[in-house]
Design a protein around this ligand. Structure first.
Ligand code: FE
Length: 228
């Protein structure tokens, strides 16, 4: 299997390129527009045919490369059905299968960071978007975020996956690349709560700055173009 985890320095975003092997179909999760040439190079080097691109949610901190990749390769653009993006070809619901050659992902609706946040399970690993981060969780104070929804996405869905499941988030700000569900259950400070109320209390008192890109990135990601 080809599995590449690429990092965008500016927004600390992880992008994933997945394929069952050289010369076969490929899928990209959470691309960043500025890195489109890099993704195209990887595809070319490995003779991959990009057929699907997924955004886990509408990003507020960078402009998605989804539309640009689709223009260049004609791949299908996928997001959850709750997404406000106007350029999506395939809207998935909870518990749907997304297939490319020899690879299957299962969508898991995990609202909370935004109301359109999805995670994607692929055999031994899960792409958690900004729902579950390594030793953190995505903020819930904008884009219809909701800490109670996030509590349920985490505790009723993601943390119910087998403990050895690998966790691949959409961001990391400290150089972590991968964790497991078991490790996050034990060590993630946000998950050491005994009730939904306690989780909401933590999330409502983070006092975070507004992301610098939000006023540009959100409309651009909804309209699928840079200037809106
Ligand atoms: Fe996000």
């Amino acid at each position: 299997m080809i599995f590449k985890q690429l990092f965008d320095n500016k927004s600390s975003t992880y992008t994933y390129i997945i394929s069952s092997g050289k010369g076969r179909e490929a899928l990209i999760i959470d691309p960043v527009i500025e890195n489109t040439p890099e993704y195209l190079n990887v595809l070319k080097d490995l003779d991959l045919k990009l057929v699907k691109v997924i955004d886990t949610h509408i990003h507020a901190d960078h402009i998605s490369g989804l539309n640009e990749l689709s223009k260049k390769t004609n791949c299908s653009k996928i997001m959850g059905e709750q997404s406000a993006s106007e350029v999506i070809d395939i809207h998935v619901k909870d518990d749907e299968k997304i297939k490319i050659e020899n690879i299957e992902l299962k969508s898991i609706y995990t609202p909370g960071h935004t109301d359109c946040s999805y995670s994607f399970l692929m055999n031994d690993r899960v792409f958690t978007g900004d729902t579950l981060l390594i030793n953190g969780t995505g903020r819930t104070d904008f884009q219809n975020g909701n800490p109670i929804d996030q509590y349920h996405s985490l505790f009723d869905k993601l943390l119910k996956l087998p403990e050895k499941t690998l966790v691949y988030p959409a961001h990391d700000y400290k150089g972590n690349k991968v964790s497991t569900i078991g490790e996050q259950k034990k060590k993630n400070p946000r998950l050491q709560v005994s009730s939904a109320e306690q989780y909401v209390e933590i999330m409502n008192n983070l006092n975070l700055e507004k992301p610098t890109m939000i006023d540009i990135a959100v409309p651009a990601n909804i309209k699928g173009k840079l200037r809106v």
